[in-house]
Write a protein that binds this ligand. Structure first.
Ligand code: CU
Length: 174
């Protein structure tokens, strides 16, 4: 038999280069462990830390009410909605669309509520390096202040089925 249990005391403490590399790996693990909570408070692009449990269909009702009361136009059958500066804005991820199109004002702050109606989606705001995991049943509240005007394309970067590649949306900043 080629495999047998080693006899006697088989364990040897690492020495030389092995000791150096194990030490470096351990030190890096400790640095990363401290960095993760530190970045949560000091980082510029953080995941929202204000989250509420919500029934997906109740969230959809709130989105519909938001669209009804703040609608200013339409693009490709999707309503364009302009929330009041300083107020609440809603964005719903569903197979396979980000709904509605948001029209925001530069340098105004909004409370953006994001959730999913069906399954896991990934909200990515292009061309910025922004990426949020969106699950049904949770209302993620992001406090956002657009600093650049223009049109920002939203895509989904969590695979969510056959239409995933065409799941897009838009935020217009004026
Ligand atoms: Cu998706």
């Amino acid at each position: 038999m080629s495999i047998f249990h080693p006899k006697g005391n088989w364990y040897r403490s690492p020495t030389g280069n092995e000791r150096l590399w194990v030490g470096l790996a351990l030190a890096w693990c400790l640095v990363m462990s401290v960095t993760m909570p530190w970045w949560h408070f000091q980082g510029k692009q953080n995941a929202p830390n204000e989250t509420y449990k919500v029934d997906p269909f109740e969230f959809m009702d709130r989105v519909d009410l938001f669209v009804e009361t703040n609608r200013v136009g339409e693009m490709n059958n999707v309503p364009i909605v302009e929330p009041a500066p300083g107020g609440d804005a809603y964005l719903l991820g569903q197979m396979w669309q980000w709904y509605p199109i948001l029209k925001l004002k530069k340098d105004q702050t909004y409370r953006l509520h994001v959730s999913s109606l069906d399954l896991q989606h990934g909200l990515s705001i292009l061309p910025m390096n922004m990426n949020f995991h969106v699950l049904p049943g949770y209302d993620y509240v992001m406090t956002i202040t657009p600093t650049t005007t223009g049109e920002f394309t939203l895509i989904c970067n969590e695979f969510c089925g056959i239409g995933h590649h065409r799941m897009t949306g838009k935020i217009i900043v004026e």
